[in-house]
Design a protein around this ligand. Structure first.
Ligand code: DGJ
Length: 713
């Protein structure tokens, strides 16, 4: 390629790359489409974006590439951190090759003095999603220890506010807002997984940006192990968002010829707020051939129904009841394998418990299949209970800190050291044997502890990176050996959700909290990255097991309905039997709505009073939409005021009505507006700019509305 400027365009996004002067690529613009640009115009734009030199600063203009280097005047966190025992700690890469790739560019650069080569890949995917990755190679000399390799994406100064997330078990993805001030906002995951408190992503936007408001740039580090997410505003004014893998000491030491690739950093731009940015992620995920395109089977999961009380007859009855309400998948959760009568023993002993299942599990699996349901199985392959045959036989397979010290236990368990070849081979053999024998259509893959002091028992060295790669290898191997096998990423709820794991799995378990009130928020934010069909969402019994809070069936279903729906409830129990027709009607309703819910565009309404939550999904062809209006708490005013319902064709007319399942009978609410209970016809524009008045909802209740296009525009 012999041009100094490259203009990438896709779906309303422009990325203008400055490739001049033999330096690593600088992103001169990432944001709204600039239109078609001549080479001269593109070059002019690049040059007018460059700074001069500042009084009281360096004597030359600084330049910040996607891998920022101090040698070009960047004073913040370098994109590459590492050294050969202190030497070669600062680089000055010079580009040796620029090659066009289908979606972008691949730039290779050397620092001959430091004996390092870096390749930077930048792609603008069809949905307008930007991604960047760096691969570092040591060209010779002493081993080069990499401490960080973190691509960064620039955002303009108007992006003065930040959003990222934190959380805990049962309350994943709780939003946090801060001003984007000068300095570094560094979020680290050191749990060997993104964690319940994961930053998840960082979004920088114009002040008070919302779902359909403001301009916003999101960055996400696609990695399932230790992660760093950064938002950094330098003293010269540059603002960057991005990050990389959090590497522990000694994890990556490159001998001559060896390479290390950073995770992909994804960048999603929204000219009109977060919904637009997240739609770019959803569209990209959905365009992959491996995306779960077939209807998401309504699931009954045994966990909160029976916990460890695995009684064969009871489970058969549960499967029958699951089929009766319209479930399509039956998942046998924790408790089926040897010694697993409680959560303190058995992990590692991946053989069907002969005491509980004297005739094996095949009978239950076949019974489930005979009912027309898929059979699913829970596993937690990366863990080991000290109280297990495996740990007794192979104490050296437990990850440890060295010096003979075992890490503190969590849920009575330790980490199985998958960098130990025999440990890896053993769990790989067990998983393949179980899937071959029981033929589950789905594995719920759990991971219930943090990786504290996770080192190799042989060397004491940190294993988090290798463990993460081994996890990927295990999944990849299973999917290759058993095409069609679906896998869920679960981690004590939603502690391992990222775009790399989503490339290998079919859904995530968003949270162990099935309380719809908490779920409204967890799902709303999880779907910033994860499309609804990949978010496991279950209806539990009236009183949520994890919070004790009681919610109506309608609120529970109206909340779970949008995701990959399931029931985590003993559907043979009295409360479920009494509601069986209603449950079946909701399940049937979900099935009819599934094509829209799981293929459409997520829309979220910004509201002044966050006691209400309003969101919906609009079919790709804009022919219909389903909206949920929920009252989470007692609102400040009795009514929400007309609620705007966005995303439809402005000029088309839509018939709007309240959605209730057939057996559900009445629409919820107390004081009904006059139009309630019948349908009204309004244009997409009227719905978006004025909206409709909804009933004064009691707290913890929701209504669903459906809009269907009538006639032509
Ligand atoms: C944690 C998961 O998130 C739950 O859904 C359940 O599978 C338990 N582990 C089982 O131990």
């Amino acid at each position: 390629m012999d041009t100094d400027v490259l203009h990438l365009r896709a779906s309303g996004v422009s990325v203008l790359l400055d490739l001049s002067d033999g330096r690593l690529p600088r992103i001169a613009h990432w944001g709204a489409d600039l239109g078609s640009l001549s080479d001269e115009a593109a070059a002019a734009l690049v040059s007018t974006g460059r700074g001069g030199f500042a009084f009281g600063g360096l004597d030359s203009a600084h330049a910040v590439s996607v891998l920022p280097e101090h040698s070009y005047g960047w004073l913040g966190t370098p994109g590459l951190e590492g050294s050969r025992a202190g030497r070669d700690h600062s680089t000055r890469f010079v580009v040796t090759d620029v090659a066009r790739t289908p979606d972008g560019v691949e730039v290779t650069a050397d620092d001959a003095d430091a004996a390092l080569r870096v390749r930077v890949d930048i792609e603008l995917l069809a949905s307008g999603l930007l991604r960047a990755r760096a691969t570092l190679t040591s060209l010779g000399g002493e081993p080069y220890e990499v401490s960080a390799l973190a691509p960064m994406l620039p955002v303009p100064p108007v992006a003065a506010e930040l959003l990222d997330f934190t959380g805990r078990w049962l309350r994943e993805r709780t939003p946090q807002r801060t001003p984007f001030t000068v300095g570094t906002r560094l979020r680290e995951s050191r749990a060997g997984k993104p964690g319940h408190d994961s930053a998840f992503l960082v979004a920088a936007g114009t002040p008070a940006f919302g779902f359909a408001r403001g301009e916003v740039w999101m960055a996400h580090v696609a990695w399932s192990g230790n992660v760093r997410t950064l938002a950094e505003r330098g003293r010269a004014g540059d603002s960057l968002i991005g990050g990389g893998e959090l590497l522990l000491p000694g994890e990556v030491r490159l001998a001559a010829g060896e390479s290390y690739a950073s995770p992909w950093v994804y960048g999603a731009y929204g000219a009109t707020g977060l919904d637009e940015a997240s739609a770019r992620v959803h569209r990209w995920l959905r365009a992959r051939p491996e995306h779960p395109h077939r209807p998401r089977p309504v699931t009954v999961n045994t966990w909160e129904a029976v916990y460890f009380d695995h009684d064969h007859a009871r489970l058969l009855a549960l499967a029958d009841a699951a089929a009766a309400v319209g479930a399509e998948r039956f998942v046998l959760d924790d408790g089926w394998f040897r010694h697993r009568r409680a959560d303190n023993a058995g992990l590692g002993d991946w053989h069907v418990d002969e005491g509980v299942y004297p005739d094996g599990l095949g009978f239950l699996a076949d019974h489930v299949r005979g009912l027309g349901l898929e059979f699913g199985l829970w596993v937690e392959p990366e863990m080991i209970n000290p109280d297990s045959d495996l740990a007794r036989a192979h104490p050296e397979w437990i990850a440890q800190a060295g010096h003979g010290r075992l890490p503190l236990e969590e849920r009575h368990q330790q980490v199985l050291d998958l960098t130990h070849a025999d440990a890896y081979a053993s769990i790989e053999e067990r998983l393949h044997a179980l899937v071959a024998e029981l033929r589950p259509a789905y594995l719920k893959w759990d991971h219930n502890r943090v990786l504290l002091e996770a080192g190799s028992s042989a060397t004491g060295r940190p294993i988090v990176r290798e463990q993460t790669l081994a996890f990927y290898r295990l999944i990849d191997g299973l999917r290759e050996a058993f095409p069609g096998l679906e896998i869920e990423s679960c981690s004590g709820g939603g502690a391992r959700i990222d775009l790399e794991v989503l490339g290998r799995t079919d859904r995530v378990w968003a949270s162990d909290c099935n309380d719809p009130l908490e779920r409204q928020s967890i799902q709303r934010w999880t779907q910033l990255l994860v499309p609804p069909e990949m978010i496991g969402a279950h209806v539990g019994p009236p009183a949520a097991h994890t919070t004790g809070r009681t919610a109506s069936l309608g609120f529970r279903f109206a909340t779970a309905l949008f995701g990959h729906l399931g029931l985590e409830w003993d559907v043979t129990a009295d409360d479920a039997v009494a509601a069986r027709d209603e449950i079946a009607a909701w399940v049937a309703l979900h099935k009819t709505l599934r094509p829209v819910l799981h293929g459409g565009t997520v829309v979220t309404t910004d509201l002044a009073d966050d006691a209400y939550a309003v969101h919906g999904v609009v079919a790709e062809d804009l022919s219909e939409a389903v909206y949920s209006i929920a009252a989470l708490r007692l609102p400040l005013t009795a009514e929400a005021g007309p609620v705007r319902l966005g995303g439809l064709d402005a000029d088309a007319s839509y018939e709007v009505g309240v959605l209730v399942p057939d057996a559900g009978g009445e629409a919820p609410g107390r004081a009904l507006p006059a139009w309630w209970g019948r349908t009204v016809t309004l244009t997409g524009r009227a719905l978006a700019v004025r909206g409709v008045q909804v009933p004064a909802l009691p707290p913890e209740d929701a209504v669903l509305l459906r809009a269907r296009r009538v006639g032509d525009r």
